[in-house]
Design a protein around this ligand. Sequence first.
Ligand code: PDD
Length: 275
Amino acid sequence: IVGYYNGEFVTPDSGIVPLDERGHQFGDGVYEVIRCYNGRPFLLDWHLDRLWMSLQALRIVPPFTKDECASLIERLIAESREPESAIYLQVTRGSAVRNHLFPEPTVKANVSATVRPVTSQTSKAPGTLLMMADERWANAWIKTINLLPNILAKQTAHDMGADEALLVRDGAMIESASSNLWFVRDNQLITAPADRYILNGITRRFVMELANQLGIVVRESKLPVEELTKVDGIFITGTLTEVFPIQRVVTHPDLPYASLPAVKGSEPLAADKCQ
Ligand code: PDD
């Protein structure tokens, strides 16, 4: 695994991050995960555009231009010598004595990255989603490194034998913990609109383009939980998730939405799996 910190290649466990680092102390930073296929970064321009949107949203001054960032990605891929990899790129507001207020403008953003090998599963067995309340803040569109609600949701889903969370906000099924959520109904695709409450996925956008090429209608709308029984199919998308089919949605008595009628073909998880 290749590591990178502010201009140097490092080992990921090199302990190089200062204690007074704003990403480390406040979660004050943003990130991208970019998939590399056959030694090439996939949809890099879209990732860079989104990174710049996230930086701007948090008022972090980019420490490089988009071209410089693209060359950094190329260097990371070359250094790793991995044709199939996941590149994690993080930009934080920098290092300064802990203070909620932004540091002086002279403090430069910190850039770190890792490259690790990954492989795609060619045949994906359909998975399970656990329906949960979306507890994230109202700016889920910014790809910040503050991911506590996401990791807690995903861990709970995992603990209950599910693959991912199905997050519900204001009665609508909008996203998963680290993937976008899609429904198939009447030969159309339905996904939540890219408003402030979801992360506007690069894979989501790519799937929209593919659907467009294939003449498949995509509706951006928020599906209320009650409509779950009326869908013909479900899948989730993400840079590492790729396109992952979902077979069933489950609920749990200790979580909201327990009384919801299960999706077609679903059955509740065995109680022993739900502890
Ligand atoms: N997650 N929604 C959320 C909340 C996400 O964290 C992600 C990506 C997506 C899919 O976006 P994209 O297609 O651009 O990867 C949707 C990344 C991969 C992660 O945190 O590891």
